[in-house]
Write a protein that binds this ligand. Structure first.
Ligand code: AMP
Length: 187
C-alpha cells in the first residue's frame, strides 16, 4: 500500500492534484471536506456541519475522525489512500497514525503544496464562480486561513520530525505541479 497526505492552505490545489494522483496510481482519494459535504447533504448532522464550514472553523474531531476511519475500513483491499484536507490538526494527525498502525499500515509521504495567502485567495475566488460552495466567499476565506495558520500548520513540524515531509512549489500550472509530484513519488 501507498499512503499519502496532500497538505497545503485552502486553494493550493490539493483536491485537483489528489484526483490526478489517485487516478494515476489507483489510490482512493479521501477528502474530509468532501465526506463532510456528503454527510451534510444526507446525514442527521447536516446543520451542525454547515455551521462550522460556513464559519471557516474545523468541524469537531470526533465526527471527522469517524468519517475518515469508516472510509479507510471500507477500502482496505485497495492500493492505498491519498488523504486530502485531513489531518487538519495535531490530534487528527496522531489519530491517523494510530489507526493506520492498527491496520499494519503507515503514512509514506506528506506532499506539502506551498502557496502564499494572496495567490491562494485569488484561486479560491476564481473557484467560487463554479464550486457552488457556500464557504468560498471573502469573509469565510479569511477565517479558513486563520484556522489553517493556527491549527493546521503546526502539523508540518510533526511530519518533518517523522521524516515524511516533502515541500512542493504550488505556484506553477496544474500539469507542472502534477509532474513534480509524480517525479517525487518515482524516487
Ligand atoms: P475543504 O473542502 O478541505 O476546504 O474543507 C471545507 C471545510 O470542511 C473546512 O473549512 C472545515 O470546516 C471542514 N473540514 C474539512 N476537513 C476537515 C478536517 N479534517 N477537520 C475538521 N474540519 C474539516
Amino acid at each position: 500500500m501507498l499512503n499519502l497526505v496532500i497538505f497545503g492552505p485552502p486553494g493550493a490545489g490539493k483536491g485537483t492534484q489528489a484526483d490526478l494522483i489517485a487516478q494515476k496510481l489507483n489510490l482512493i482519494h479521501l477528502s474530509s471536506g468532501e465526506l463532510l459535504r456528503q454527510e451534510l447533504a444526507n446525514g442527521e448532522l447536516g446543520q451542525e456541519i454547515q455551521k462550522y464550514q460556513d464559519a471557516g472553523e474545523l468541524v469537531p474531531d470526533s465526527l471527522v475522525v469517524r468519517l475518515i476511519e469508516n472510509a479507510i475500513t471500507k477500502n482496505l483491499d485497495r492500493a492505498g489512500f491519498i488523504f486530502d484536507g485531513y489531518p487538519r490538526n495535531l490530534n487528527q494527525a496522531n489519530s491517523l497514525d494510530k489507526f493506520l498502525a492498527a491496520q499494519g499500515l503507515k503514512l509514506d509521504l506528506v506532499l506539502n503544496l506551498e502557496l502564499d495567502e494572496q495567490d491562494a485567495i485569488d484561486r479560491i475566488i476564481l473557484r467560487s464562480q463554479t464550486s457552488g460552495r457556500s464557504d468560498d466567499n471573502a469573509q469565510t476565506i479569511g477565517k479558513r486561513f486563520q484556522t489553517y495558520q493556527t491549527q493546521t500548520l503546526p502539523i508540518l513540524d510533526y511530519y518533518q520530525n517523522h521524516g515524511v515531509l516533502t515541500n512542493i512549489d504550488g505556484r506553477p500550472s496544474i500539469a507542472e505541479v502534477n509532474s513534480q509530484i509524480l517525479k517525487i513519488l518515482a524516487e
